[in-house]
Design a protein around this ligand. Structure first.
Ligand code: HEM
Length: 520
C-alpha cells in the first residue's frame, strides 16, 4: 500500500459522524475510506456497508473476514482513501514481494529464522533471495494475468528470464551452463547444483499458477533434454541456443489418444524416405504442454526397429490445436497432427529403435522437478489455511478453535513437511551421484516421492476446501487459491506418471534390489 503518511490525520470521533448512505466512511486497518459513491457498486451490496456496526466504524475485522488483502491494493480502491486515524499506523500486511513469510510452516524450514539445514550454503541463501524477488516481481503479476486471459506467458517475462540465464538453469547442472553468467553472477556454472535448481522450481511454484507454471516453458524442461543428451553436435548448436535464449519453444510430444504411459502402444509412425535421407512422420499426439506455440517437437515415433525419438520443426504437415483442460490455455496444451511431415534423419535423437532409453533417461529429472513444485505448492495451501482459520470467526471464535479444523491443519502440515524433507534428502543424493548412479539408485525413490507428494497434495486440497467451505469452490475472493489448487492438483498427480503407476514402479525397483539371501 502507498505510504500512509501522505493521508490526512482524522480522529475516530470524526469518522463516526459519516454514517449515512450519502456520507459513508469506514476504517480498515487505521485507513479511512469514503464509500459514499462506491456503495452502489460494492460487489457485496450496499446494505452490509450501512449496518450500524460498519457505517462510520472500524470495520477491520469484518473486512478481513470477507476480503483478501489485495482488494485494498487495487488502485480503484486506494482512491477511496480520505485519511488515516491520527497517531495510528496500519499493522496488517499482505504478500510483500521478496519477503519471507512469518506464518509457521509457510516456508521450508531452512528459510526460517533460528532453524538449521545441512543442505543449503550461504550461497544458496543469497541465490534464493534474488530468485524470490525475481519471481514475485516479474513472474507473479504475469501469472495472474495470463492464467486469466489464457494467452501464452509474456515474451517480456521470457526475455527477462533469459537475461539471468534462468532457462538454462532450469535444465539443471551440466555442460549447457558452461560460460554463462547465472543470476547476475550469484553462482558460477561449476557451483550450480540441484539445490539451486530446487530453489528455482520451488519459488516458481510459489509465485505462479498451475497452467501458467506449465506455460512458462514447462515443455522445454521435458522436451529439450533428449536434444541436449542425444542430439548431434550440429543439431544442438542450432536448437539449444535458440531455446535457452527464449527465442524458440520446444515441447515433448509422446502421449497419444491411443496410449499414454504405454509408449510401446504409440501409433505415430516414422518411415524412411526412399533415398534414406528423411523421416516421413504420420500420426497424432494429445495433451502436449506448450504444443500450441512450440517451434520444435521432440516426438516419440514407431519405427521399423521399435520406438525412436525424432526432433520435428514446425513446418508443412504439422498442425496444433488447443485442448481445453481444467487449467488455463496459457499452458498451450495441444492436440497435434503430423501429416507426411518430412524431417532430416540427422534429427534422430539417440539410436534408431533406442527411444525407450532416451525417454527413461529423462524421467528421473522430470519427476524430481515435479516433486519440487508439488511440495512447494501444497505448502502454499497450508499458509492460506492457517491465515484463514485465524481471521475467520465462527460462533465468536476463530475457526481454528474447532478441534476438527486443527486436526486437518496437523495433517496438511505433516504432509508438506514430510514431502519437503524426503525431497531434500533425494536432492542431496543427486548432488553426490553421477547421472547413471541416479538412474540406478534413485528412479524408485523419485517415483515413490512423486506419487506420495501428489497424493498428499490431493488430500490437502480436499481438506482445504472443507476448511474454506463455499469459498474453496469459488474462483474469486478469499478462497481463490484453494479453488485453483483443488481444480489443478490432478495435473500434478498425472503428468510425469500417474500416482499408482509410479508407486508400483518404486516398489518394483525395490524388489529388484532385494538381496537373494534375505530371510526373516
Ligand atoms: C474499503 C472498503 C471495501 C471495499 C473496497 C470492498 C470491496 C469488495 C470487493 C472487491 C468485493 C468482491 C470480492 C473480492 O474480490 O474479494 C467485495 C465483496 C464483499 N464485501 Fe466488500 N469492500 C469493502 C468493505 C466492506 C465491508 C466493510 C463489508 C462489511 C461487512 C463488506 C462486505 C462484503 C461482502 C459481504 C462481500 C461478498 C463476499 C463474498 O462474496 O464472499 N465489504 N467487497
Amino acid at each position: 500500500m502507498a505510504p500512509s503518511t501522505q493521508l490526512k490525520p482524522i480522529s475516530r470521533g470524526e469518522v463516526e459522524k459519516h454514517n449515512t448512505p450519502d456520507d459513508l466512511w469506514i476504517i480498515v486497518d487505521t485507513i479511512v475510506y469514503d464509500l459514499s459513491k462506491f456503495k452502489g457498486m460494492h460487489p457485496g451490496g450496499m446494505s452490509v456497508l450501512l449496518d450500524p456496526e460498519i457505517a462510520g466504524q472500524d470495520a477491520t475485522e469484518a473486512f478481513f473476514s470477507l476480503h483478501r488483502y489485495e482488494v485494498l491494493e487495487k488502485p480503484q480502491f486506494q482512491r477511496l482513501r480520505v485519511g488515516q486515524i491520527e497517531g495510528e499506523r496500519p499493522t496488517i500486511k499482505g504478500r510483500i514481494a521478496g519477503e519471507i513469510s512469518k506464518v509457521p510452516y509457510a516456508e521450508p524450514t531452512w528459510l526460517n529464522d533460528g532453524y538449521y539445514s545441512p543442505y543449503y550454503s550461504e550461497g544458496h541463501r543469497k541465490f534464493h533471495k534474488a530468485v524470490r524477488r525475481f519471481f514475485d516481481e516479474v513472474v507473479h503479476p504475469d501469472a495472474i494475468e495470463r492464467e486469466a486471459d489464457g494467452k501464452r506467458p509474456s515474451q517480456s517475462v521470457i526475455d527477462k528470464m533469459t537475461e539471468l540465464n534462468m532457462h538454462a538453469m532450469r535444465m539443471g547442472p551440466g555442460k549447457h551452463l558452461k560460460g554463462r553468467v547465472l543470476m547476475n553472477g550469484l553462482v558460477t556454472p561449476e557451483e550450480f547444483d540441484y539445490f539451486h535448481e530446487l530453489i528455482i522450481t520451488q519459488e516458481f511454484a510459489r509465485s505462479s499458477l498451475r497452467g501458467y507454471g506449465d506455460g512458462l516453458l514447462g515443455g522445454k524442461v521435458i522436451g529439450l533434454p533428449p536434444v541436449l543428451n542425444f542430439g548431434s553436435e550440429e543439431l544442438k548448436n542450432k536448437v539449444v541456443p535458440e531455446v535457452l535464449s527464449g527465442k524458440k519453444f520446444i515441447c515433448l510430444a509422446i502421449s497419444e489418444a491411443h496410449a499414454g504411459s504405454d509408449v510401446m502402444g504409440l501409433q505415430t509412425t516414422a518411415v524412411k524416405s526412399e533415398d534414406g535421407k528423411e523421416w516421413i512422420i504420420n500420426g497424432s499426439k494429445k495433451w502436449i504442454t506448450n504444443g500450441t506455440f512450440a517451434d520444435y517437437f521432440t516426438v516419440g515415433c514407431k519405427t521399423e526397429d521399435g520406438f525412436t525419438v525424432i526432433l520435428v520443426e514446425r513446418g508443412p504437415g504439422v498442425e496444433t490445436k488447443p485442448i481445453k483442460t481444467s487449467y488455463s490455455p496459457t499452458a498451450g496444451t495441444a492436440y497435434i497432427t503430423f501429416d507426411n511431415v518430412r524431417v532430416p534423419v540427422e534429427n534422430t535423437l539417440g539410436e534408431e529403435g533406442g527411444g525407450i532409453f532416451v525417454m527413461l533417461s529423462n524421467f528421473n529429472h522430470e519427476r524430481w522437478v515435479m516433486c519440487c513444485a508439488s511440495a512447494r505448492s501444497q505448502r502454499g495451501v497450508v499458509e492460506e489455511c492457517l491465515k484463514w482459520t485465524t481471521q475467520r470467526k465462527v460462533f465468536g471464535k476463530p475457526l481454528h478453535s474447532q478441534a476438527v479444523i486443527r486436526s486437518k491443519l496437523a495433517a496438511m502440515i505433516s504432509r508438506a513437511e514430510s514431502a519437503q524433507n524426503w525431497l531434500e534428502n533425494i536432492t542431496y543424493q543427486m548432488c553426490n551421484m553421477t547421472y547413471k548412479q541416479q538412474a540406478g539408485k534413485l528412479a524408485g525413490q523419485i517415483a515413490l516421492l512423486k506419487s506420495y507428494s501428489t497424493s498428499c497434495g490431493q488430500d490437502t486440497a480436499r481438506d482445504a476446501v472443507q476448511i474454506f467451505g463455499g469459498r474453496g469452490i469459488t474462483q474469486s475472493g478469499m478462497g481463490k487459491f484453494i479453488e485453483h489448487y483443488h481444480r489443478t492438483i490432478p495435473f500434478d498427480a498425472l503428468l510425469g506418471g500417474a500416482e499408482d503407476v509410479l508407486a508400483d514402479l518404486g516398489v518394483r525397483q525395490a524388489l529388484r534390489a532385494m538381496p537373494k539371501d534375505a530371510r526373516l
